[in-house]
Design a protein around this ligand. Structure first.
Ligand SMILES: [Zn+2]
Length: 495
């Protein structure tokens, strides 16, 4: 029994100005053929979980390609076409096959295509024909489409947010694929979507939050034998494209009606709990003042509108500006991506003073840059490895990174934006954020990985490509009314 395996992961954001090309993927994970095994082996990635589980089932695994680009705006059409062509050629070269396993994100958008995974899965299906089983693992923020469901036999999403079950999700999808290939099950997958989006800030699957309840419901559906797998998709909300909405997917053994019923129950619960997803957030100045009034030794400021993991450029200086205005002498650390300032800091060297504008270099639409007069404290190569999460074990590449000090405020200035899981970026510069009274992070969720005794947090709102206030976005393509811009007593189903 032979299964071809590929992974092409990218989270799109149509409000972001970033365009991801070959180099942006090459800086993360990009490998083809047997090199793919070397790139992912021993790392807790979804594709690795899939490979491990398929091998445990005694299946021969044929490596095709792995390409991980993290998050951004859209993927360049030409790069997508290249990867798609290589994946299809690799699968074709491996045929005859019994199955195909794909580790995907599910919310990739290209320059001229909004449903990249639908396109990819449909092309794979057309190539292998109806008799070959196709399974995919997905991110919890996937934009699952009818086209994806029509092309795949099995779709399984992450259970957790912050995402720390990526490897086991790959295993769960692969376990169903192995059973299907062995003829033990005849998987049928159904999708149900509601015309609503949910703020990411309230989407944690821990601490008695609404997503924790959803997780319990999904596991209950499985334990009761109503689904082989049930997944909830609160969806990447910064997608101004048609048909985007919160979703649920259920896989059953040859029972489409029960799959649809289970998916409906799950997505309906997400809708019913929609108000529970709304958490308080504050404009930057107010957030800094409020943070200083808290008892905790360290307060994390979650710069939600400039979340790199959600697709933003990470160059938003709004928190830096607030720190310099409200608390310039308070020990604080903040990160602002700015290739020009990093280059200038390397040019003048450690210890030198630099008077420069910082931020809004890559995406100037939301804030003015901030003028600072700062001492270059240290210079770094910006290389690190992720400890855990969706990128566990893979390299992060900030590029040349300067640490500058302005009063109590340390400004970490990388060349490239990098996804934040924990505090890898600060540690790569020798900074322990726990030594600071205020520490800013460019994510609305993963900072929760850092919470512990003496550490509190506050979320910041305002304009940006990942603003937590979805109702402030000037939606161009997605038609209102929809929650949370508008309310309705009953959900509007999209399918
Ligand atoms: Zn996600």
């Amino acid at each position: 029994m032979r299964v071809a395996v590929a992974s092409f992961e990218f989270e799109g954001n149509t409000l972001s100005a970033r365009l991801h090309r070959h180099d942006d993927f090459a800086r993360k994970v990009l490998a083809e053929g047997p090199d793919m095994f070397r790139a992912v082996e021993g790392k807790p990635l979804a594709v690795t979980g899939g490979i491990d589980r398929l091998r445990e089932a005694g299946l021969e695994v044929i490596p095709v390609l792995v390409a991980h680009g993290g998050s951004g705006g859209r993927v360049e059409d030409a790069f997508y076409a290249d990867m798609r062509g290589r994946i299809l050629a690799g699968i074709e070269g491996a045929m005859p096959l019994d199955g195909v396993f794909l580790a995907l994100h599910g919310a990739m958008v290209c320059e001229t295509m909004d449903d990249a995974e639908g396109d990819l899965l449909a092309a794979v299906r057309a190539l292998v024909g109806p008799g070959v089983r196709v399974a995919a693992s997905l991110d919890l923020h996937a934009h699952v489409t009818p086209r994806m469901v029509a092309a795949a036999d099995i779709l399984v999403g992450y259970e957790t947010y912050p995402h720390n079950d990526v490897y086991t999700t790959g295993r769960r999808a692969a376990a169903l694929l192995a059973d299907a290939v062995a003829g033990l099950i005849r998987p049928v997958t159904r999708l149900r979507r509601i015309d609503a989006l949910l703020p990411v800030l309230g989407g944690a699957t821990r601490d008695g939050m609404p997503m924790a309840r959803l997780r319990e419901t999904a596991r209950r559906l499985e334990q009761a034998g109503r689904a082989l797998s049930a997944s909830y998709f609160p969806v990447q909300p910064w997608l101004d494209i048609p048909g985007v909405g919160i979703a649920a997917v259920a896989v059953t053994d040859g029972d489409p009606a029960t799959a649809l019923e289970a998916a409906t129950e799950l997505v309906r619960e997400m809708w019913d709990r929609r108000r529970e997803f709304e958490l308080p957030s504050y404009p930057p100045d107010q957030a800094v003042r409020r943070a200083l009034s808290l008892d905790a030794a360290t307060v994390i400021l979650s710069d939600a509108p400039d979340c790199v993991g959600g697709g933003a450029a990470g160059d938003g200086p709004a928190v830096l500006a607030a720190l310099l205005r409200i608390a310039p002498e308070v020990e604080a650390v903040v990160l602002v991506v700015d290739p020009d300032v990093s280059r200038a800091a390397f040019a003048v060297g450690t210890g030198a003073m630099l008077r420069t504008q910082v931020g809004s270099r890559l995406d100037p639409r939301f804030h003015a840059p901030v003028m600072v007069e700062a001492r270059v404290e240290s210079l770094h190569d910006g290389a690190f490895f992720y400890d855990a999460g969706i990128s566990a074990g893979t390299p992060g590449t900030m590029g040349p990174t300067a640490v500058m000090r302005c009063g109590g405020v340390r400004i970490v200035v990388p060349t490239h934006a990098t996804y934040e899981y924990g505090d890898e970026q600060y540690r790569a510069c020798g900074i322990d954020f726990r030594g600071c009274r205020l520490a800013a992070f460019k994510n609305p969720m993963n900072f929760r990985n850092l919470l512990g005794p003496g550490i509190d947090w506050l979320a910041i709102d305002g304009p940006g490509p990942t603003t937590p206030r979805l109702e402030t976005i000037a939606w161009q393509v997605k038609h209102r009314p929809f929650w949370p811009c508008d309310d309705a007593p009953e959900p509007v189903f999209l399918d």
